[in-house]
Every structure is written in C-alpha cells, then in structure tokens.
Design a protein around this ligand. Structure first.
Ligand code: NAD
Ligand code: GLY
Length: 357
C-alpha cells in the first residue's frame, strides 16, 4: 500500500492506494471519529463490496443506504432521500458517512455529508477508475441541475480516501476506458513524462495489469493533490483540471445525463480543446493528433455528437468557469502545458462546434 497526504489549511487527509484494502478493518475504522457510521452505495456496488465494508465497520452497526444506479441520481431529490434515511436511522452529528461506489455515489455522499445536520465527516471508498483517479480526491461535491452539470454543490473535503484497486476487476470495460480519460487528462495538462508513459503502457492498462493500474492511479492522485493543495477553491490553477470539461459537460447535458459517460464526454471534449488550441496557433498539429490517437487507443470517443452549435453555446454558457458572461477554455500550449483563456474568437470556436458548417 502507498499513502499520499493532501495537506490543506483546515486539515489534511490520507489517500491510501493498494490492492485488497477493503477488508482491512483498521484502515477503514481509522477515520471514524464518533460512534456511528452510515454507508451510502448503490444497487450495482452493494452486491459486490458492501459486505466487506459492513464487516469492517461492524462495531459501529452501520446504517446502509442503497441508491439506484446512474448519473440521474445526482439530483437534489437524492439528497432528500439520503438525509431522510439517516434521520430515520437516528444518525446524529457524530455519524461518519462512507461513500462506497463511483463518482456518482461519491459526489452525492459528499454533498449529503456537507448538509446533514450542518456537516458530518465522510470517507471516500471509490470503486471505479474515474473515482479513484479524480472525483474522490479534492472535495468537490454536488448534484446536477436540468440546466447544468454539477451546478449545485460545495467544496467539502473527506476525512480519508481509501482506494482498493482490486475493485477494478469487476468494472465493465466501457467504465475502465471512461476512467482513462481523466488519467490522460493529467498527462495532457501538466505531466508530459506521464503522457509518454501512457503511450507506452496503454495496452497494459486496458488488460488491467495491476502494476500499471496502481502506477497510473498513484501518479494521477499525486498530480491532483498537488493542484488542490495549491488552489482548493479553484481561484486559479485548479481550473486546469477541467481540460476537456467545458465541451464535455455540454455533451453530457446536451445528450441527456447518463447517455454519454462523463469520461467519454471529457475524452471527446479534450480532442475538441486540442483542436481549438491548434486552430489558435498554440498547439502543433502533430501534438493534437498524438493526443487524439492516445484517447482513441484508450477505447474512447474522439468525435463529439452533432449537437447544434447554438445548443453547445447555450450549454457552455452555464459552465462554472464562465466569468463576466464569457466562456473560459482550458487550452494547450504544448502536450503537458495547459492554460486558461477567455480570448477565443467566435469563428475559431464555430469551426470546432460545427466542423461541417
Ligand atoms: P459512476 O459512479 O456512475 O460509476 C460507473 C458505473 O460503474 C456505475 O454503473 C456504477 O454503479 C458502476 N460501478 C462502480 N464501481 C464498480 C465496480 N467496482 N465494479 C462494477 N461496477 C461498478 O461513474 P464514475 O465514472 O465513477 O463517476 C462519474 C461522476 O463523477 C460524474 O457525475 C462526474 O461529474 C463526477 N466527477 C466528479 C469529480 C469531482 O471532482 N467531484 C471529478 C470527476 C468526475
Ligand atoms: N475534476 C476537477 C476538479 O476536481 O477540480
């Protein structure tokens, strides 16, 4: 097992990464401060891993909330459901919530923990590659709104992140690829050496070589923790973690949440952002193509769905990075070097949104 630490002014937390951590009672009990725990999971993950967690947490007689599966669960009505279940189980302010599942369960549980009785501690136990390399780290929690992705939520940090890489054995191939989109993102925005490692090891990752996966997860968590420590509330550099997301969130919302997986939408969005960077003269054509090829090798889409350009514009206008009515884009100066700009001429953007137009 390896342990990284994410240090923040209000207190840091450990990120444990290893194989077979779920049955490890000591590790799971360490972040529990009070005398109650509640596990939030979903109908897919519960039959696979809930028994490990309930056994490890048995001394606390855990309350359990099992949600339906899917991105559509990221809704305020789910927060009502979870908090209602916690109240019915008489969970008090000393209750620690455990998020057992992918990014959907993690984002909802974090938000529920932030608002339940004005805030209770929570622990992330991510079980998808995407949640292990991204969403479980950094404290972004929340739900979607019909008018925009992740539009309701707050920053609320977990007490610990416990990543058991053995859970990836049951992950469908499509979900593994979706997680690889966020892994590639770290290379593209700030870690060229890692991007080159990914080029050499993509096949090993796709066949779930344990050493390759553990390395990719550790590098991703380390890169993300470094950014979050520098800019917890996204006043600056953290926005770079949204490379591909301005277009990607528009794809997710425009197609209907859950139709394109988050990682798939980010993948196509990264290709669009790289093409825009190229069109504006920042990124060499060969580098934009190199990134596209790597994304394709990860089994991810590299072409966005043909939403009307005006629809893309509407959806991107509610992006959280937008400021003073202007959409801000994360673009690439080079592979491994991202920057934020709102200086994107309309004709260049239209050429990306409507390539045939
Ligand atoms: P997800 O939570 O929907 O999980 C994907 C699917 O895999 C689901 O069907 C889930 O039930 C299933 N699953 C989970 N673990 C499994 C396992 N071990 N074996 C088999 N099946 C398993 O999706 P995700 O990709 O994990 O997360 C996407 C969400 O994360 C999006 O809502 C996105 O907005 C959010 N996100 C948040 C942040 C953040 O910083 N908070 C960052 C990136 C993404
Ligand atoms: N996934 C982007 C962030 O956590 O800031």
């Amino acid at each position: 097992m390896s342990t990284l630490t994410l240090d923040l002014p209000d207190g840091g937390y450990p990120i444990h990464i290893g194989t077979g951590l779920l049955p490890s009672g000591d590790l799971l009990r360490a972040p529990v401060a009070g005398d109650r725990v509640a596990i939030i999971t979903n109908e897919i993950v519960a039959p696979l891993y809930l028994a490990h967690l309930t056994l490890a947490l048995a001394p606390y007689d855990p309350a359990v909330v099992i949600l339906p599966d899917g991105e559509t669960q990221k809704a305020l009505s789910t927060i009502d459901h979870i908090t209602g279940a916690l109240l019915a189980a008489r969970c008090d302010r000393a209750t620690t919530l455990f998020a057992l599942g992918g990014g959907v369960v993690g984002d909802i549980t974090g938000f529920a923990a932030a608002v339940y009785q004005r805030g209770v501690p929570f622990v992330q136990v991510p079980t998808t590659l995407l949640s292990q390399v991204d969403s479980s780290v950094g404290g972004k929690t929340g739900v979607n709104h019909a008018l925009g992705k992740n539009m309701i939520g707050c920053f609320y940090q977990p007490k610990a992140v416990i990543i058991d890489t053995a859970t990836l054995a049951t992950l469908p191939d499509r979900e593994l690829s979706a997680g690889l989109a966020e892994v590639i993102k770290y290379g593209a925005i700030g870690n060229r050496a890692f991007l080159e490692w990914l080029e050499r090891n993509m096949e090993a990752l796709l066949r779930r070589d344990p050493d390759a996966l553990a390395y990719a997860i550790e590098v991703s968590c380390r890169d993300k923790a470094r950014v979050v420590m520098a800019d917890e509330r996204e006043a600056g550099v953290r926005a770079l973690l949204n490379f591909g997301h301005t277009f990607g969130h528009a794809i997710e919302g425009g197609m209907g949440y859950g139709c394109w997986l988050h990682g798939e939408a980010v993948a196509a969005g990264m290709v669009m952002a790289a093409q825009l960077s190229q069109r504006l003269g920042w990124l060499a054509a060969a580098d934009a193509e190199r990134l596209r090829v790597l994304i394709a090798r990860a089994g991810l889409p590299t072409r966005a769905p043909a939403l009307a350009p005006q629809r893309y514009r509407e959806l991107m206008a509610v992006d959280k990075k937008a400021a003073h009515g202007r959409i801000r884009f994360v673009l690439l100066r080079a592979l491994g070097e991202a920057f934020l700009t709102d200086d994107v001429p309309e004709d260049a953007l239209m050429a990306i949104l409507d390539p045939g137009g």
